[in-house]
Design a protein around this ligand. Structure first.
Ligand code: NAD
Length: 353
């Protein structure tokens, strides 16, 4: 009898989303895991079906499966807020569609592991950090308003004890699971003493329960400098929403491309796996998008779903592929199309099994 399928929801996204989803499914399928992919409509497709970019039916479908591969979604500046209608008819308002997915599913931490690779990461090939970005609060709650006639605007930065403790706890547990050595809190508590100050205190409260780790904290501006000058200085990083967003893109740039930076959004019931990058509308439809960040997000999914052997096989295949420097997409300095890169990766994974 064959194994029960690993059921995965798929959000195809837009921009380069459908291209990198196709590639990711092909590479993950080459592990011979028995997958069942369930496509869930979002954005334009959900509007067509349900009249809304993230309808209650969509949220309900996503909640039915533990794992979801999510491609990026375009959010244009000034597009306005995303409103989610709840089953009881009430409405929740979020600053963007991506934010709405995370908050509707109760995803509380965005894990962004960023590793350098021989062949494409230059001086940063030894970089290996995992950023735990809190994703339920901070300035991204989207509570902002204008004052007067274009005279000023203000936004609320929310930090709660419960969310700060939760992300710190997740960071330390991740460090235990992944056999890491150091956990660093990145913040700006010298200026934002109330909000980041609370975040930092919560971090040290949790840290006290994990005496086996080296523990410290660094201001976000210094952290940006230090990761460039001394990349090995960081291991696991725990940080509020906005700093995590920016710091992880910086780290991705150091290792060679946003196309190498995966991510996982975690809650107790549902996890979505998505690249750190956006929908790259500038290259959408050209067939040159680098799918590796989404494939590496799929590797995180395999690890969380206890397919360790297959996750290692894909990870090794990617490392070997990058080392050979063949079939690289333009963002990595090559001229290959997404499909050519995908075919080479499928071959590589098969040879690892
Ligand atoms: P972006 O990450 O989409 O693109 C930044 C640059 O990196 C572009 O030059 C792009 O071509 C390149 N790039 C990104 N991913 C790539 C890949 N896989 N392969 C090759 N090149 C790649 O950032 P942006 O331009 O600021 O945002 C574009 C859209 O994506 C916006 O609407 C934004 O709101 C949205 N976005 C979505 C998410 C998400 O869904 N989680 C995250 C960030 C941005």
């Amino acid at each position: 009898m064959s194994d029960p399928p690993l059921i995965v929801s798929v959000l195809k996204g837009n921009g380069i989303g459908p291209e990198i989803i196709k590639s990711t499914i092909a590479v993950l399928e080459s592990t011979c895991i028995n997958f069942e992919w369930r496509e869930v409509p979002i954005a334009e497709e959900s509007i067509k079906l349900y009249g809304h970019p993230i309808a209650p039916e969509v949220v309900a479908q996503l909640r039915q499966t533990k794992h979801c591969i999510k491609a990026p979604l375009i959010v244009k500046p000034g597009q306005g807020k995303t409103v989610c209608v709840q089953p009881d008819g009430s409405q929740s308002t979020y600053p963007s569609l991506n934010n709405a997915v995370r908050r509707e599913l109760g995803l509380f931490v965005n894990v962004r592991p960023i590793r350098g690779y021989t062949g494409v990461s230059g001086a940063y090939e030894d970089l290996d950090i995992a950023i735990m970005r809190e994703v339920t609060e901070d300035v991204y709650i989207g509570h902002e308003h204008g004052i007067g006639n274009d005279l000023a605007a203000e936004a609320i930065k929310l930090t709660t004890r419960s969310a700060s403790l939760r992300v710190a706890k997740y960071g330390f547990e991740y460090a235990v699971r992944m056999k890491r050595e150091r956990v660093t809190c990145v913040h700006k508590a010298n200026v934002l003493g109330m909000t980041d100050g609370l975040f930092l205190r919560c971090f040290y409260e949790v840290a006290a329960q994990y005496p086996q780790f080296k523990v410290d904290d660094v201001m976000i501006d210094a952290a940006c400098y230090l990761i460039v000058k001394d990349p090995k200085r960081f291991d696991v990083v725990v940080t509020p929403n906005q700093y995590g967003d920016i710091f992880s893109d910086l780290a991705a740039g150091l290792v060679g491309s946003l196309g190498l930076a995966p991510g996982a959004n975690i809650s107790d019931d549902v996890c979505t796996y998505e690249a750190s990058h956006g929908a790259a509308p500038d290259i959408a439809g050209l067939g040159i998008a680098n799918p590796l960040a989404l494939i590496l997000s799929g590797v995180e999914m395999l690890r969380n779903a206890a397919y360790q052997k297959q996750a290692d096989a894909v990870q090794r295949a990617i490392a070997e592929f990058l080392q050979k420097k063949q079939y690289l997409t333009p963002d990595l300095g090559g001229i290959a199309k997404t499909e050519e890169m995908t075919a080479a990766l499928v071959q590589g994974v098969r040879s690892q099994l």
